[in-house]
Design a protein around this ligand. Structure first.
Ligand code: 8OZ
Length: 362
C-alpha cells in the first residue's frame, strides 16, 4: 500500500482539501473572557494548518449549550471576531477550517449556565460523572427536560451559531451529534424517554438532529455542512441504544436528502477501544452519499489502509495533532512523533499547547 493516498487532494463541496488528513475536533479549554477565542488559539490552529481540513474544538451554540469552563463560544459578534483571527491564520497558510457546533445538553452544571439554571436534556435523566467548572469538577445534576415549545429555539440557536461561524471566517460547520451531548441524547433510547414527536420511535428520536441539519443546510448550503456521530460510543453515558445500526443507518438516509458534505464517524469508544461493540461502518459508509470521514485511534499506517481499502474518504486524527503541529510533514517521511503530555490537555496557556516542536526545530 502506498502512502501517496494520504497526500492526494480531495474535493469537498466548493473546497479542495490539500490532503486526506483531518485534524479532529479537540477541546483544549483556553478561551478568554466572554468565551471569546484568543490570539494564542490563533497561533495553535495556524501551526496545524497543513492538515487537509481542521475541525475546530467544540464550540457552544449558546450559553445553555455550554458544559465546560473556558470553552470558546460561537454565538455573538465578539466571539466571531475572535474566531476570525484563527480562520485568518489558517487560511494564510492555505488551510481550511470548519467550526464544530455544540450543545452539551445534560453534560453541564448550573455553575456554567446563565443565572445558575439547570442544564437541559430530552429527559430528566442524570449522566454519570462530573462537570468541569471554573472551580474544578462538580457532580452532574439531574437536567430539566425540554418543553416541546423550546425546541424551535434550540434549532434557531444552531442556525445563529452557523451564521456566526461564517461571520468568523470559517469554511463551513460540523454539527456535533456525537459523544453523548444533546443531539446524541435525543437519538438514543436510554436518554430519550419523551412522549412527544421528539421521542419514542427511532424516527422521532432522530427528528431533532435532522431538523438541525435541515435548518443549518438551509442557511449555509449542504456543501458547507458536515456532521459527527459516534454510533456505539459510551462517552458521557449511560446512553445506550438497543439498535444503533438501524438508528444510524436511518440517520444517514435522512441526511442524504440534505446533501451534507461529510459524515464524520467516531468508530468505537471515543478515544478508546475501537471494538467495544459490533458495528458495520462499511454499511454506514455505503448508505451515506457524501464523504465518509473516519476517526478514532488512527495511525499513519491504519489511515493509509482505510483510504486504500475504500473504508474512508478522509481520516481525522486528534491526539497526534495535539503533540505534532506538523503531523502531515511527519507522515510524509515516516518521521517519529512527539509524545502527548496529558497534563496540559485542558486549560492553561502556552505549555503543551503551542510549544510542541515541529520537525525542523526538534
Ligand atoms: C474531551 C473533553 C471535553 C469535551 C467531545 C467535546 O467529547 C468533547 C470533549 C472531549 O466531543
Amino acid at each position: 500500500m502506498s502512502a501517496d493516498i494520504l497526500f492526494t487532494p480531495q474535493a469537498m463541496g466548493p473546497l479542495t482539501l490539500s490532503n486526506r488528513i483531518v485534524m479532529a475536533p479537540l477541546t483544549r479549554a483556553r478561551a478568554g473572557a466572554g468565551d471569546v477565542p484568543t490570539d494564542l488559539m490563533a497561533t495553535y490552529y495556524g501551526q496545524r494548518a497543513t492538515a487537509g481540513l481542521i475541525i475546530s474544538e467544540a464550540t457552544p451554540i449558546s450559553n445553555q449549550g455550554k458544559g465546560y469552563a473556558f470553552t470558546p463560544g460561537c454565538y455573538n459578534a465578539a466571539q466571531a471576531a475572535g474566531w476570525r483571527k484563527i480562520t485568518d491564520a489558517v487560511h494564510a497558510k492555505g488551510g481550511k477550517i470548519f467550526a464544530q457546533l455544540w450543545h452539551v445538553g445534560r453534560i453541564s452544571h448550573p455553575d456554567l449556565q446563565e443565572n445558575g439554571l439547570l442544564p437541559v436534556a430530552p429527559s430528566a435523566i442524570k449522566a454519570d460523572g462530573q462537570a468541569f467548572t471554573a472551580e474544578g469538577f462538580k457532580p452532574f445534576v439531574t437536567p430539566r427536560a425540554l418543553e416541546t415549545s423550546e425546541i424551535p429555539g434550540i434549532v434557531a440557536d444552531y442556525v445563529n451559531a452557523a451564521q456566526t461561524a461564517m461571520d468568523g471566517g470559517f469554511d463551513g460547520v460540523e454539527i456535533h451529534a456525537a459523544n453523548g451531548y444533546l443531539l446524541d441524547q435525543f437519538m438514543r433510547a436510554e436518554t430519550n424517554q419523551r412522549t412527544d414527536a421528539y421521542g419514542g420511535s427511532p424516527e422521532n428520536r432522530l427528528r431533532l438532529t435532522l431538523e438541525v441539519a435541515q435548518a443549518v443546510t438551509n442557511a449555509l448550503g449542504g456543501d458547507r455542512v458536515g456532521i459527527r456521530i459516534s454510533p456505539v460510543s459510551p462517552a458521557n453515558g449511560p446512553i445506550s441504544d438497543p439498535d444503533p445500526q438501524s438508528l444510524f443507518t436511518a440517520l444517514a438516509t435522512g441526511l442524504n436528502a440534505l446533501d451534507l458534505v461529510y459524515l464524520h464517524v467516531v468508530e468505537g469508544a471515543t478515544g478508546g477501544d475501537r471494538d467495544i461493540q459490533a458495528f458495520d461502518y462499511g454499511a454506514l459508509k455505503s448508505t451515506f452519499k457524501g464523504l465518509y470521514m473516519a476517526n478514532n485511534g488512527y495511525t499513519r499506517e491504519s489511515a493509509i489502509a482505510a483510504l486504500s481499502e475504500n473504508k474512508a474518504d478522509l481520516v481525522a486524527l486528534g491526539r497526534p495533532f495535539i503533540a505534532n503541529p506538523d503531523l502531515v510533514a511527519r507522515f510524509k517521511t515516516s518521521a517519529p512523533l512527539n509524545p502527548l503530555d496529558r497534563d496540559t490537555l485542558y486549560g492553561g496557556a502556552e505549555k503543551g499547547y503551542i510549544d510542541y516542536p515541529a520537525l525542523e526545530s526538534a
